[in-house]
Each structure stands twice: as C-alpha cells, then as structure tokens.
Design a protein around this ligand. Sequence first.
Ligand code: ARG
Ligand code: GLU
Length: 654
Amino acid sequence: MKRSILLAALFALLWQPAKADEGMWLPSLISQRIADMQAKGFKLTAEDIYSVNQASLKDAVVLFGGGCTGELVSDQGLLFTNHHCGYSYIQRHSSVEHDYLKDGFWALTQADELPNPGLTVRFLERMEDVTAAVLKGVKEKMTEEQRQALISRNADKLKEQATKEGNGLRASVEALYYGNQYFLFVFREYRDVRLVGAPPSAIGKFGGETDNWMWPRHTGDFSIFRIYAGKDNMPADYSVDNVPYRPKKSLTISRAGVKEGDFTFVYGCPGSTQEYVHSEAVRYIQDVSDPEKIALRTTRLNIMKKYMDQSQAVRIQYSSKYASVANAWKKWQGEEKGLRKNKVVERKQAYEKRFEEWARGTRYEWLTEMLYNLYVQRNPIYRAYEYYLESVLTIEKLQMVRNGRFNMKDYYQPIDEETFVAMMTAFDKALDDSYKPEYFLQKRAEYGSMEAWKDALFANEELAKELNQAFSDFFATQLAPQVTEFNKAINLRYRDYMQGQMEFENEKTFFPDANLTLRVAYGHVEGYRPVDAVYYTPVSTLRGIIEKDNPEIFDYNIPQVLRDIYARGGFENQPVCFLATNHTTGGNSGSPVLNADGQLIGINFDRVWEGTMSDLAFDPEICRNISLDVRYLLFIIKEVGHADYLFQEMKFAD
Ligand code: ARG
Ligand code: GLU
C-alpha cells in the first residue's frame, strides 16, 4: 500500500507531459511523442508518420516553393496548398483577357494545366542525426572559427555523399538546439509543377487584410497544382512529354467534419521560432523592436492607403505590396500584446533565477548573465540595424537604383515621395547621429529639410544613386558586421545555455526551434476566449460569409455566383474554416491538417492574432492555428469551379 502510494507519487513527479499541445516535433523522432499523441486520440503509429522503409505520411508532404507547405491528394501528383502560396504564380498567368486572380482558374484537362518556371517542390527522402559525423575532429581547444570551418567541411562531405545519385536529390545539414545536434535532410526536388485550379480571389482572399490573422475567418485560402516528372517518375525540367508524378503516398480526404475536442495534427515546414531565448531578447522585441517597426509600418500603410483610396489604378498597383507590409505589421501587434498579457518577460526572468540557482558551481554558472550583458551591448546597434531595414530600405526609389529589375508597372511616385520624407525623418529622429552615414549628415545640413531633399532627389537620379551608395556602404561596413559579431557571440552562449536548459529540466522533452524543416504539431479542435466574457466557437460557416458580404467593401465583396448558390438554400451550415491548438508558424501555410486516422480534414493557413507570440512562448489558452475546412474546398471546386471531375482522382474516406 505504502509502496504503491510512493510509486504513484514518484510517477506523478516523473511524468510531466510537455505543456499541452506545444511543440513542433521532428518526424523521425516522433516515437518520443507517440504515446502522448495516442493518449490524446491519435490512432496510427510512429511508422505511419515517418518511415524510410515503407511509404508513410511524410511522402505526401512537400516544401512548396521555398516558403510554404503542400500535400499530395492523388496518385497522379495532385497537390493542395494555400491561395496565398500560389498567388504569385496565379498572378503571372493572369492578363486583362484572362484574369485568373479575379475569376479563378480551372484546367479542364491535364493539357490545360499551366507550367510555372522556377517553382519547385521538395519531398523529404530521409532525415538522420549526423551529430557525431559533423563534430568529427572538433577539439576543445579549437577557436570558434576553426570549429565552424571543420563543421562545414564535414557537413559538405555528408551532403555530397547523400546526393551523389543525382536525380534531383538535394541535401542540407541543419544545426538544431543552437548546434547541440545536427541533422542531415535529404530531399528530392521536382521542378515541373503546374497550376490546376484556383478560386476567384474574392473567395481565396476573402476578408483580405481586414480579416488577416483574425477569427471569425471565412477565407477559402487554397489553390491546386500538379507535380510532373519524367517517364521514370524522377524530377525533370518542364517538357510536354512529362507525366503526372506518381507519389509514394497520397492523402485520403475525410468529409466527416470536425467538432470541438477532435484530435488534429499538422504536418509541414514551420519557418522560424525562438522558444528558448533569454528574457532580455523577449523584452527587446516587446518594448523596442515590435513597437518601432509597427509605428514605421503604420506610417507607410497610411500613405499607401490614402492614394489607394483615391484611385482604382493605384489600388491595383499597390495591393500586393500593401498586403505584405500589413501582414507582419498585424502579426507584431498581436505578438507584442500577447507577450505583455502573458508576462513572458517576467516568467522568463523567474525561470532564469531558478536556472541560476541550479547552475551555481557548474559550467553553466554565468551564462544567463553573459547573455544579458551581450544583449544590453548589442541592443543599440541592433536597433539601428532594424530601423534601417524598416525605414530607409523601404524607399522604392533607392530600391530602383539598387536593383536593375525594378517593376515600374506597379510604381506610383507620389506614394514613394511621401514615404521618402516620412521614413528619412523617422530614421533621423530615432537614431543618434553616430548611426548615420557621413553623407546623410552633410545633405541634411545642405538641404535644411527632408522635403527639399526629396524634391531634389526625385528630380535627379544621381542623387538617389549617391544616397543609396552611402547607405549601402554604411550598412555593409558598420551595421551588418557589428550585428553579425554580436549574433555569433550570442549564439555561442546559446549552445551552452540550450544544453544547460535541457539538463536543468531533464524531465521535459524539448523540441528544436523551427527552421523550415519538416515537423509534426498535434493538438485538437478548440475555440478560445479573446477577451473576458467572449468565447469564439471553432467552426465558421457560409452563413458568416453572407453576413459579411458587402459589395461596397472590397475585402467582403463576394462573387455573385456565391450569393446565388446561397440563395438556392441548403448551404447555410457549409463549414468554411476551423480553429485548433496546433503549434504552427509562418511556413506552415498550406500544411495538411489531419485527423486521428491520418486523413486530410483541412489546410492550415493562419494563426489568431492574439496568439502570435507563440513564436516565442506558446500559451495553450490563446494560441490557435486557423485551417480551411477541406469540405469548403470541395464545395468551391464543385459549386463555383464546376471542376468536380478532379474528385475522380481523389480518395475519400467517407
Ligand atoms: N497571415 C497569413 C500568413 O502569415 C496569411 C497572409 C496572406 N494573407 C493576407 N491577407 N495578407 O501568411
Ligand atoms: N500565413 C502563414 C504562412 O504563410 C501562416 C501563419 C502563421 O504565421 O502561423 O505560413
């Protein structure tokens, strides 16, 4: 009796699950999480997720175009991703006669599918812990430079080995946990990827910037591509002779739908997170970086908006630029708020206190203090560096003289002139003169005002070239090298601090920060409370689209065909998007969202604004990923695209 109580107590102490649903796990190590996944409802095995011996779910997931994820949904290479991931390709095929962005696009036969030069997809062939091979020959007494040089030689050898077969094989060696572990990733890259279908933007981008990062959400954010291969099923340059790629694995689609509490997992390529950084790094982001960058972007967005509201032509010219400026702008606002509300800095400081007590007398003893000091020394120059990127570098005139291939079709000078004055003024005000090029100080004195300088510069290309040169030189010789030095020193400390954290909390399973490698995140469908007394339920429907519909508001003006379909009746409860607790980030766009049986139920495309601090600290109460319900995709294909012939090659579970 006594013994069993003791055992139970011991067990409770040892068995500390990772905080609910936090984590982006390496597929090849998923066996470490599989018991927890199964306890939460998952019905498959670790081998079903990742295997090198048999086809597994990993073979149905690709890195799409270098920054998004896509998934295979037929044995003929059919692929789903987001509309915003396919956007630039859809745009390139669009013209006044064929406005696929506005009207959507549906290839009636495979011969009608549109090639996209430059677009590639990567399948993960295998991944492997190569820490020993990468660190081979590394000695304690080496300088950091010698060590890094040896590591990259070792890594190059491994990559060469892994890709000698050719056939589109690509390899990379990635440092995980700040260089405490190294993994080799071997991919096969396909380079003939064709556009099959896309909804009208009024569906694929429904809600636009207004709804971006928000719930309730009703965006039909999908597009459809097909991978082509040579007759041997291997990667090939585009050719009319290529044939649809036959994947090792394609996903089965479930139409059973989701409800609160259902197990979900996301299989994709998250880009970047910083979950283990020092409190001072978070404080800097919260108090300095985010607020300053937000303010600069607010200024730029207001300028763009003013001119876009005055002219339809300017709106078209700047809508894509506006969207990309607004995307991070809105994310940072949620992040700053979330960090404060969750007291992430204070919580990290408390954690560091406990760590320091534990570390006394060990080789980890002074790490937190050293990191703190490094940040304090780095912050002023880093601030100048960031400020430069977000202000001066956004002036299009300077971009124009810098790179020859500037797109004049989407340029409207009055916006740029006003931006010039606003950004140069902000830059001048925010920073000490020691962070400005000598040329800047001279011209500032010479012209007396930014207005006068602007008039001269926009009338004389030489002045733009001079200014660009002065800034580029200053950046390349002062800002960038200093920041690089600090980052090196900081990352070196993190190598030890990471190891220290893993020893300090040795009962916890750590996941490596995201780095665009394939990961599994798991959680469940759940709503959330954005503020007191409000609960957001997790599933949105077509009814909500009709409620938002307004021909006067660009972001909410739906195609007439959708109104007509709705008016016919019977589609009020058509699901559109859903929320879940999966830990995701940028790069997870287009990722398959799977149910307990590994069947496709949705496509990930966003997170809620209140939870975007999950890149630094995940809070299960408020962090939610937003997915397109696959049933809405099927609905749009059939009812709007009349392209349900595509269903013939898909596999349905129900
Ligand atoms: N917020 C999503 C992401 O980070 C969607 C961005 C594209 N959509 C938009 N309205 N800008 O990529
Ligand atoms: N929209 C993001 C992407 O393009 C995903 C949203 C996020 O940051 O979670 O990857």
